[in-house]
Design a protein around this ligand. Sequence first.
Ligand SMILES: *[C@@H]1O[C@H](CO)[C@@H](O)[C@H](O)[C@H]1NC(C)=O
Ligand SMILES: *[C@@H]1O[C@H](CO)[C@@H](O)[C@H](O)[C@H]1NC(C)=O
Length: 315
Amino acid sequence: MNEILMRVKTNNLFVLLFLTFLLYLSLSSAQLPPYVVASPRLLDAYLQDFAFKTIFNPRTGVSYDAHVPISLRGIKVSAMRLRSDSLRTRGVLNYKEFKIPIGVVEKPYVERLVLVYQNLGNWSDTFYPLPGYSYLTPVLGLLAYSGDNLSASSLHELDIKIVDKSILVHFLNVKPVPIGALAKCVYFGLQGSIHFDILLPGNVCSTMQQGHFSIVVETNAPSPEPCGYEKVQFGEKNHKNMKLVLLISGILLVVIILGLLVIRVVIHQNGSSRVRELDRVENNEILDMTSIGDIKVPFAFGTRTRPMIEHEYFA
Ligand SMILES: *[C@@H]1O[C@H](CO)[C@@H](O)[C@H](O)[C@H]1NC(C)=O
Ligand SMILES: *[C@@H]1O[C@H](CO)[C@@H](O)[C@H](O)[C@H]1NC(C)=O
């Protein structure tokens, strides 16, 4: 008899452990949403938003530096608003590292546009990992948006066309090229394409498109996977925090299990009178359990729903 009771008790313990495990699972999955997985395109949208907030009442043709959030420290963003007629007829001689020639036209036509400049700094590898290559200079971005409504967020880039000429990127602070290696320009298109080109004298890359640019050299690692940079973990800090939370909940779980085991052993080793008292408690529990079993919920459910189905048939 005592053996049976003991088995029931052990089952209860397992049920308790299982519930704890479920709770642990739901808690750890509840920690997942803040752990954002982002793409370079999501970063572009973020930076557009911050850049536009910075240039609330701008003078045209002046570059304004935006404040990036602390979680993205190391990235530089600027914005410049231009009349699109002036961009077409005069270009922009100097916008950070970029020289924009005469004859740039955008589609759809807007009266004013905003050029958002990005310098990804030490985040270049995070957002634009390029296996088989290493960066000699941070990834720079130049993206054109409609400047007609500066409160707008999540804007799409304008379609930029340059006739005959090219935008030139004069890279500054380029690391020396390793001996025997060939430095190349790399271009990341907005749709995820990667394109390599020759580096012009004076660390200059030339482009007919907006997008992201850098200078790379080949390393001995395998060649790049074109889609490799589409999904990038956003914020290592969150990742570390989540690991910590998982570790702590894991330790808590172990402590709870050990505690339950200790309690069980202590109860088991107590005097026979206590055991008899316990037996009574356990008997009550069994009675409760069987009485719950006697209700037979599924049967009640079935008899209640059947008339409804018949009713529907005849209706
Ligand atoms: C870049 O450097 C800043 C400090 O200047 C640091 O806070 C940030 O975590 C770094 N980012 C990466 C991806 O290493
Ligand atoms: C500008 O964009 C904001 C946000 O999308 C919108 O609420 C506002 O109505 C827009 N203003 C104009 C003049 O279109």
